[in-house]
Design a protein around this ligand. Structure first.
Ligand SMILES: *Cc1c(COP(=O)(O)O)cnc(C)c1O
Length: 226
């Protein structure tokens, strides 16, 4: 069995090869090592191999884990954020990938004001229109973006998506390209920059990089199964 250091090196190499294939610089792709349901010891092993950026999907778990670990580690929130966890989450995470409704954005704005915080966020988009999946529909984002942009505490840095589960990585490609095209269209229509595209997980991060991902969220390919 390979170690976390070996698997990390392999993932980094695959990122570099995919970036190269797309005529992109690997430096433009940040690896978020998804450490949900993995213990602090595994995070430390990844840190020793040079990984400083981690992703968590539950506030409760992150609140227990993050204080056990060196403060130089950086944390992104990638899960469904419940309104009643926003206050606890604010000081822990430097980027929220998964703001999935106007109501949540408004809660974040209000609580950030109370806490003196200035959260950086991505808007989660349900590009495939799956019935039970979180995220803005492309129509909802167009309808509500003006309002979201008026929430002065939030910096909207880009978009995030989780495509439908599929046995083949290639099945994710149209969803990744749809997210990129939506981003490009919104930048024009609203005259703004949405620099970050958070897309790609263990099964399909190379495809995501080919389609323009700037943040890939990789868990099991680094840490093993959960
Ligand atoms: C768990 C999770 C990941 C990582 O998934 P792997 O398949 O383990 O790489 C990425 N993004 C989100 C939103 C997740 O919940």
């Amino acid at each position: 069995m390979s170690t976390i250091a070996e698997r990390l090196a392999e993932v980094r190499e695959r990122i570099a090869v995919a970036a190269d294939r797309a005529f992109r610089s690997a430096d433009d792709v940040q690896l978020v090592a998804v450490s949900k349901k993995q213990d602090a010891g595994k995070v430390r092993a990844a840190e020793e191999a040079g990984q400083l950026l981690f992703g968590e999907s539950r506030v409760q778990e992150a609140r227990a884990k993050i204080p056990e670990l060196p403060s130089r580690l950086r944390w992104h929130f990638i899960g469904t954020l419940q309104k009643n966890k926003v206050r606890q989450a604010l000081p822990l995470f430097e980027l929220f990938h998964s703001i999935d409704s106007l109501a949540l954005a408004e809660d974040l704005q209000r609580i950030a004001e109370e806490e003196g915080a200035h959260p950086r966020v991505l808007l989660q988009v349900n590009v495939a229109g799956e019935a039970r999946k979180h995220g803005f529909s492309p129509e909802a984002i167009r309808r509500e973006l003006e309002k979201i942009l008026s929430l002065g505490r939030l910096t909207i840095e880009g978009l995030m998506t989780v495509p439908p589960l599929a046995p083949e990585a290639e099945a994710s490609r149209p969803h990744f390209s749809a997210l990129r095209e939506l981003r490009d269209a919104l930048e024009k229509e609203f005259d703004l920059r949405l620099e970050q595209l958070s897309m790609g997980m263990s099964g399909d991060f190379e495809i995501a990089i080919e389609e323009g991902a700037t943040l890939v969220r990789v868990g099991t390919a680094i840490f093993g199964s959960r």
